[in-house]
Design a protein around this ligand. Structure first.
Ligand SMILES: *[C@@H]1O[C@H](CO)[C@@H](O)[C@H](O)[C@H]1NC(C)=O
Ligand SMILES: *[C@@H]1O[C@H](CO)[C@@H](O)[C@H](O)[C@H]1NC(C)=O
Ligand SMILES: *[C@@H]1O[C@H](CO)[C@@H](O)[C@H](O)[C@H]1NC(C)=O
Ligand SMILES: *[C@@H]1O[C@H](CO)[C@@H](O)[C@H](O)[C@H]1NC(C)=O
Ligand SMILES: *[C@@H]1O[C@H](CO)[C@@H](O)[C@H](O)[C@H]1NC(C)=O
Length: 488
């Protein structure tokens, strides 16, 4: 593979920004300093990054490619999804294994590997969902944290009663188990029972359209479940990662627990940073149904801004997409019953630009924070830093040449995803990925993709990752049992 020399760009890491050239050989960054002479490296390709930023490729910690869900399979598979990701400046994804309850977690993990490996165009890692609880499942979780499988995070659903949802006492035991095996607990926090009741009521009252989706999921139910997850994780001394923080009550719950010194991470997603939930009332059924995801977009207009403010302050930590796309035809399965509309929206391709627009362009965050919340923080939380998420010698050459002065309009007509609509349709973003380098290879430039399915690698993660576990060791002492010795 010929090397690459990126000249005259401004390198941005989460903690520094400086003008330097970047030399890449054999898929690895080998040098970062000013004035690397192209003449010294006659066989490298020189890319001009004058007036551009040179940033670590994005890491999307939350995708669901080709997920079998609600009687269908999400339409972007590991090829079209990762290909679209690269066009948007994302060079790694973390997807979720969500097997059916009759299979062991290990068999499900193998199934996901067999789907992903031949198709992925960028590196990827996996988290595994735990949707039931038993001693066997605990054993399988422990095995999955071994180097052979490389899983250090498990996901729990407090929503989707009757399918993925786990009850509170099982959840607490599972959190205690995670703490023992050094895993991070990721949680979808909504009160599934309350939602189930609301859904039935609404359907009985004749509210069958997508507006029922938001009405069945009041924001307080996300806030309540987020708080509950934080409380139980604290009791278990387990690090917690709240996926898709969509509302202020949920963000406030996380803030309260951060203040207490708990280890909790909050992940808003591109959709929630760009849109509110007014679209659920759109008269066009397809448009409204296109926004159906759980938790739903917020009822309050100022929530997207409030979420970005919290990312700026470090009260929320990183951005994902929950990318799980279903076509209009797939969404129409729920034409007469909103509870049957497959949940999920796009975002993988547009996340970087949307976060740039709402964060940097809106002057809420600087470029270093942008890098932190789109890439570095994910690498640290899952323990692949500084291999990923940093531009420095020794790191993987997953790099984006970002043009902060180029705008584009997001549209289904130009996106690379398989899905046939785009929830960000018509949004202008200032700041675009101009060139994407993945594994030392230019995979996207001048609007053209040059990818190869199967070229991505699986990235194993190790348990007891210091970034999340070090603070817990000392906190564990706080909770150590105390016994009073009495004379009788
Ligand atoms: C890089 O080279 C240019 C031109 O030779 C020189 O003006 C500049 O000072 C050098 N910069 C550094 C940091 O060495
Ligand atoms: C980088 O900047 C130097 C100094 O301004 C210039 O001589 C050189 O042509 C530039 N290289 C590229 C590839 O743009
Ligand atoms: C981007 O545009 C702004 C305003 O037009 C300008 O001040 C800035 O220098 C430009 N940045 C780059 C990197 O070209
Ligand atoms: C969730 O809501 C149900 C009401 O449907 C309630 O019984 C339950 O206590 C709630 N869960 C929690 C932990 O608050
Ligand atoms: C979302 O998933 C869909 C289908 O899997 C895919 O087409 C699309 O590219 C993805 N987008 C994002 C942002 O993940």
């Amino acid at each position: 593979m010929p090397g690459i020399l990126i000249k005259n760009g401004t390198v941005v890491n989460d903690d520094a920004k400086f003008v330097a050239d970047v030399l890449i050989q054999d898929g690895i960054i080998v040098d970062v300093r000013p004035n690397i002479s192209a003449q010294d490296y006659p066989n490298v390709r020189v890319l001009d990054a004058t007036d551009r930023l040179v940033i670590p490729g994005g890491i999307d910690p939350h995708t669901h490619l080709q997920l079998p869900f609600m009687g269908d399979v999400s339409c972007d598979d590991f090829y079209s999804g990762t290909r679209a990701a690269l066009a948007g400046g994302t060079t790694m994804i973390i997807d979720f294994v969500i097997g059916d309850k009759s299979s062991s977690l290990i068999d499900s993990w193998k199934k996901w590997r067999s789907w992903a490996d031949p198709k992925v165009c960028c590196d990827y890692g996996l988290s595994v969902a735990v949707t039931a609880w038993s001693p066997e499942i605990a054993e399988q979780m422990k095995a999955l944290t071994g180097p052979e499988y490389g899983v250090n995070a498990f996901k729990f659903f407090l929503a989707y009663k009757g399918s993925f949802m786990i009850d509170d006492s099982s959840f607490l035991e599972a959190l205690q188990h995670c703490s023992k095996i050094g895993a991070l607990a990721r949680v979808h926090a909504e009160n599934g029972s309350a939602i189930d009741n609301k859904q039935k009521e609404l359907l009985e009252q004749g509210v069958t359209g997508p507006e029922g989706h938001t009405q069945s999921r009041p924001e307080e139910l996300e806030g309540e479940a987020t708080n509950r997850a934080c409380v139980l994780a604290e009791q278990a001394n387990c690090p917690l990662y709240v996926v898709h923080v969509m509302t202020k009550p949920a963000a406030e719950a996380i803030e309260r627990h951060l203040e207490k010194g708990n280890v909790v991470f909050g992940e808003p997603i591109a959709a929630g940073l760009a849109l509110d939930g007014s679209g659920y009332y759109d008269e066009d059924w397809d448009k409204a149904a296109g926004l159906v995801m759980s938790p739903p977009l917020s009822r309050e207009e100022d929530t997207p801004q409030a979420l970005m403010d919290r990312l700026a302050k470090g009260l929320l930590h990183l951005t994902g997409t929950d990318n799980c796309t279903f076509t209009c035809a797939q969404k129409r399965r729920g034409k007469t019953d909103f509870t049957k509309i497959p949940n999920g929206v796009n975002g993988l391709e547009d996340r970087m630009s949307v976060v740039w627009e709402k964060g940097v362009h809106a002057k809420k965050i600087d470029e270093q924070r942008f890098v932190a919340i789109t890439s570095t923080m994910a690498a640290k939380i899952f323990g692949c830093y500084p291999r990923k998420g940093r531009i420095a010698p020794g790191s993987d050459a997953d790099i984006v040449i970002w043009n902060p002065n180029c705008s584009r309009v997001i549209s289904v007509d130009t996106h690379h995803q398989a899905v046939d609509y785009n929830i960000f349709e018509g949004m202008t973003v200032h700041g675009t990925p101009e060139t994407t380098i993945c594994g030392g290879k230019v995979v996207y430039e001048k609007g053209t993709l040059n990818v190869e399915g199967g070229s991505g690698r699986y990235v194993p993660f190790a348990p007891f990752n210091d970034f999340v576990y070090a603070p817990l060791a000392s906190r564990g002492n706080l909770f150590a049992p105390k016994k009073v010795e009495r004379l009788q």
